[in-house]
Design a protein around this ligand. Sequence first.
Ligand code: SF4
Ligand code: SF4
Length: 441
Amino acid sequence: MSLIDLIRDAGIVGAGGAGFPSHVKLDAKPEYLIANGAECEPLLRQDRRIMEKNAAGIVRAMVAVAEHTGAKKLVAATKSHYGAAVEALKKAVSGTGVQLHLMKSTYPSGDEQTLVYDITGRVVPTGGLPLDVGTVVSNVATLLNIADALDGKPVTSKVITVSGAVKTPVTLEVPIGTPIRALIEAAGGFQSGTAEDYEVILGGPLMGFLAKDLDEPVTKTTGGVLPLPKGHRLLAYKKVNMDRQAKLAKAVCCQCSVCTQLCPRAALGLGVEPHKAMRALSAEKGALLGNPNSLFSCCECGLCTYHACNFGLNPQAVMGSFKKALAGAGVKPKKEVKGTVDPGIKNKKVPSARFLSRLSLSKYDRDAPLVPFAVQVETVKIPLKMHIGAPCKAAVTKGTAVSAGNVIGVPQGLGAVIHASISGTVVEVTGDYVTISKRAG
Ligand code: SF4
Ligand code: SF4
């Protein structure tokens, strides 16, 4: 069986991003293959733990992907201060031809396009992919899933850091579909009080979003579980009201353009101009937006919001909402590079520690050791959409007995196969979920 077939059958999607199916992404002929172990967001530790635990697996997958795709330049990228992970990678790459690329602790070093530029000196165009400049980037967790696929194991679990306002931050490997409540319990529970006193960010503090409730299940792309006490200033940024943002833009935005000056995608010459998005929002005139195509190059990293703007405005959310509106109106991104790379680009990266202090998060910057399978879950609710593309169609019905690893969802077009993450009986099937219980049956 070809590597691409193995990856497709294992249901692998980009574990560190939006869930692009890996069998589609890797069916390519790149010059570079980059393993992304930058773990961009502060507070998260899962990629670091994955590299410490199984650097050999990551490198094995890189070599297999290179054999399939013909990539000649293999680079494993991580941060120089990830001591044990760097040591493990150094040992694993020895004699394989994989180069190590070590970065400082700055944000957003793990942004795919920033990483591609840092390593290759090439700029991924707006509306394009790293493949447009001969590169494929895979997160280290995705590569480890590929190593597992080589051994016949599909994606049934996810490694996730639980940090923030929990008693004991921890990194866990849990079955897909585990409710986040169980992860918080495994981290000793909330620091004080009850669940009512907290809200939970899924993902990192800068790019993550608020969980609807504690029953929300872990997916193939869940990046972190970070409870914060209600009233924490970061939470207000996650509840954007566009009408209020427009009023604030009108009343407060002085068009200083610091948000644009510090935008990493603007620094790549991609013409991203968040200050113009704020201007257009405040004046309700789309014509003031500048080049709308450049909106598509905004990666919603949040640097403009959490670091650049001194007035507490949220250009990250405004850019995201404009992008969504363009996509909703059927506007497709045009491939282009608008300008040239800012010669000062290296000095525009922001030390991660600065974000933590600005966002009153420094006290949560604690270690989160790996405790695999510390969560004993009885029931999992597995989403049928954990990837870009249409939701999968359930391949089981209520009452079906399943073993961990059995196929329970099949893609409808672009997508990735979904497998049972525990053995048990299917107790519910909807258009959105398959629920499996160990107890039933
Ligand atoms: S959003 Fe903030 S940083 Fe950007 S132009 Fe307005 S005031 Fe300046
Ligand atoms: S979120 Fe802000 S800083 Fe980040 S890419 Fe978009 S406009 Fe630039």
